[in-house]
Design a protein around this ligand. Structure first.
Ligand code: GLV
Ligand code: MN
Ligand code: MN
Length: 412
């Protein structure tokens, strides 16, 4: 089996792509703002589609708006190896999260095309719709694997109105989304390059983190319901203040995880007070809750404990409570086959690679139940989901070459 160990990406072209994409939705702080189907995100998608056509690759778009470059480098009917990530960002996010993986995938296909290789699988560089959850979370990848039914679409994380408007702006329809489902027989696997978004690789002095498991993520909208009242004339003891329930829950949820769920995390990312005024006791507070755990039993245990806590705090403050589950992405083990290919390719490139878990969610976790899915990290610094996110360019190049080499191993 010839795995073409000397093939490399074109560093100049890769850099040009990175800079061009980072300019779309660029923020003054040095990041990007490209929430799903925002004008900047649509512009980034159009840019990607142009690059695909200019490279002489086939542009494919499915009913979920996933769009990809396809290279038929194997015989007709051969399965396809997907390489990719996402072009959307969180609000006021960084330039590397998702974008790097899509660009490296595109560049890998160009190089394989230019080399005229014939492989056992065709290759597809894919940009998944709404990985970050502006509308839904892992939307495109979960539709591709058939993990979503119409009833799942009833309560998008970002609300129905944003979901409907977003689909409309992208020229997609809710009915058409489900057509993105693929036959697993046609999928040889999935590989994703991503920045680490943490500092473990830097601390370990390693160049590559080969992902073992991707964390499971649950999200809820909790609504604490009290009674709006005059903020000056209602005695403190007589108030049913929904804000107090939300605040008490937020603090207690952190303590619960610290005390009883080691290795897990919880986040209250947003709260909305209604009616929302200086001089009105908050009558209702909506709270956006997310929690993460690396195995399914713990994720379910954490979910139950947080719901119990919310009920206890609402009772303590004499409030009503509504809890709406908005998503539960199970944790996912990465495939041993894909991990081995990445480790072997890293050895071939003389890159020090270590196994690592992922505390961030990624499209690879959607693909994992369906086909051999793997992902790896390059070191990054400055955190992530913020404009401070940064990766050194040499590491980006290493990552792109590793994606190419690992893909060649899997496809040969
Ligand atoms: C995706 O980036 C997530 O982990 O929220
Ligand atoms: Mn990402
Ligand atoms: Mn992200």
């Amino acid at each position: 089996m010839d795995t073409h160990p000397n093939l490399r990406i074109n560093p100049h072209r890769f850099r040009q792509d990175f800079l061009a994409l980072a300019a779309i939705g660029a923020t003054p702080a040095g990041g990007v703002d490209r929430p799903t189907f925002s004008p900047a995100h649509l512009q980034a998608r159009a840019w990607f589609a142009r690059q695909v056509k200019e490279a002489g690759l086939e542009l494919r778009v499915d009913g979920a708006g996933n769009h990809s470059a396809f290279l038929g480098c194997a015989g007709p009917g051969a399965p396809v190896l997907l390489l990719g990530s996402h072009l959307d960002s969180v609000p006021n996010g960084g330039r590397f999260d998702g974008a790097l993986g899509v660009l490296a995938a595109l560049e890998a296909l160009r190089v394989v095309k230019e080399a005229g290789l014939s492989l056992k699988c065709s290759l597809e560089a894919i940009d998944f719709t709404d990985e970050e959850g502006t509308l839904f979370g892992l939307l495109g990848s979960r539709l591709l694997v058939g993990a979503l039914e119409p009833h799942h679409l009833a309560h998008p994380r970002g609300g129905r109105a944003a979901f409907e408007t977003g689909l409309q702006r992208a020229g997609l329809s809710e009915a058409g989304l489900l057509s993105a489902r693929r036959d697993p027989a046609g999928l040889a696997g999935y590989l994703e390059l991503h920045i680490e978004q943490s500092s473990r690789l830097q601390q370990a002095g390693a160049s590559i983190g080969v992902v073992t498991v991707i964390v499971g993520i649950g999200s809820y909208r909790l609504t604490f319901i009290g009674q709006a009242d005059h903020a000056g004339t209602t005695p403190l003891a007589e108030r049913r203040d929904a804000g107090l329930g939300a605040a008490a829950f937020t603090l207690a949820a952190r303590q619960l995880v610290l005390d009883s769920f080691p290795g897990c995390v919880v986040n209250v990312g947003s709260q909305r007070f209604h009616p929302g005024s200086f001089n009105i006791v908050p009558g209702r507070v909506e709270l956006d809750l997310e929690f993460r755990a690396a195995d399914l039993d713990t994720l379910h245990g954490l979910e139950a404990a947080l719901l119990e806590l919310a009920a206890a705090e609402s009772a303590r403050w004499e409030l009503g409570l509504e809890a709406l589950r908005l998503g539960l992405h199970p944790p996912a083990e990465m495939s041993p086959l894909a991990r081995q290919a990445v480790f072997q390719a890293a050895a071939g490139l003389e890159l020090a690679a270590v196994p690592l878990s992922s505390g961030a969610g990624h499209d690879a976790q959607s693909l994992a139940p369906l086909c051999p899915a793997g992902m790896f990290f390059i070191p990054s610094t400055g955190g992530s989901h913020s404009p401070r996110e940064l990766a050194f360019w040499d590491d980006c190049l290493n990552g792109a070459n590793l994606l190419l080499q690992a893909a060649l191993r899997l496809a040969s």
